[in-house]
Design a protein around this ligand. Structure first.
Ligand SMILES: N[C@@H](CCC(=O)N[C@@H](CS)C(=O)NCC(=O)O)C(=O)O
Length: 252
């Protein structure tokens, strides 16, 4: 092999061992092949989740890893002491929020984007077709826009973490009920949000519904959501926030 050819070969080998962010999920008209990174790495312990035990978005990411049967290290970020606004954390998550997921040399932010990344990397809980992937994505944008915003804010108020008056509370109550009605209506059509199998859209939505009672929402008033919640909790690998998120760091 000539000098130049050797250089190219060496470059290719090094590139292969580095964990890369998932390219937007490779789409095939009927199903996707397993992402290359899984085969290359094979390292089951490579993820480290930085989060806070009471954080819904942190739970969502931990839940995805648990449902994928993928062990992870956990770093407790002490939000009460402002650890998420310190320079050493801001280099990992520019928004100064939890969660943050480390995969090898890269740090990922925004729980819904992390779910998409993991679905691509681990080849699980994704839509099976291009169309289904698009539906999954629509749900995940909707969850954060319409469902998570009022429910998380009401929960924060109930826990004394956010202050706002009764008028604003009524507004969030109304928004939350509107979003729950949409969810309930859609779940009348199929067992899971996008069809016959659970996807990251269901995981994303569950991560909010889990905390609805704390926000003062009575899920039993939404029978399809209540049934879907039960189905979700029966999935292999399901675990509660208390089981997944310790109050201190836990390294593998
Ligand atoms: N959209 C973000 C929301 C993250 C978020 O709101 N995290 C909260 C804890 S649950 C946080 O870090 N709050 C502190 C802050 O925003 O300063 C995600 O899904 O990751």
């Amino acid at each position: 092999m000539g000098k130049a050819a050797k250089k190219v070969a060496k470059k290719a080998t090094v590139k292969k061992s580095v964990a890369k962010p998932a390219a937007r999920r490779p789409v095939k008209p009927s199903g996707r092949s397993k992402p290359a990174a899984v085969a290359v790495s094979g390292n089951k312990e490579r993820f480290t989740l930085h989060g806070f035990a009471l954080s819904g978005p942190t739970y969502t990411v931990a839940l995805m890893l648990s449902l994928c049967r993928h062990p992870f290290s956990y770093i407790h970020v002490n939000l009460r002491e402002g650890a998420h606004k310190q320079p050493d954390y801001l280099v990992k998550n520019r928004y100064g929020q939890v969660p943050c997921l480390r995969d090898g040399q890269i740090f990922l932010s925004q729980s819904a984007a992390i779910l998409e990344y993991l679905a691509g990397k681990l080849g699980k809980f994704d839509g099976k077709t291009e169309f289904e992937q698009q539906r999954v994505r629509e749900w995940m944008f909707w969850v954060w826009d319409k469902l998570a915003a009022p429910i998380y804010r009401l929960r924060q108020r109930a826990r004394g973490l956010r202050q706002f008056g009764d008028e604003v509370k009524v507004m969030y109550d109304t928004e939350a009920r509107g979003a729950l009605a949409v969810l309930d209506h859609e779940l009348a059509k199929s067992d899971w949000l996008t069809g016959r199998k659970p996807t990251i859209a269901d995981i994303d939505a569950y991560g909010v519904i889990r905390y609805a009672a704390e926000a003062g929402m009575d899920i039993s008033a939404y029978p399809r959501i209540a049934e879907w919640k039960k189905r979700f909790e029966a999935l292999p690998g399901f675990a509660t926030p208390e089981q997944l998120l310790p109050l201190e760091s836990r390294l593998l």
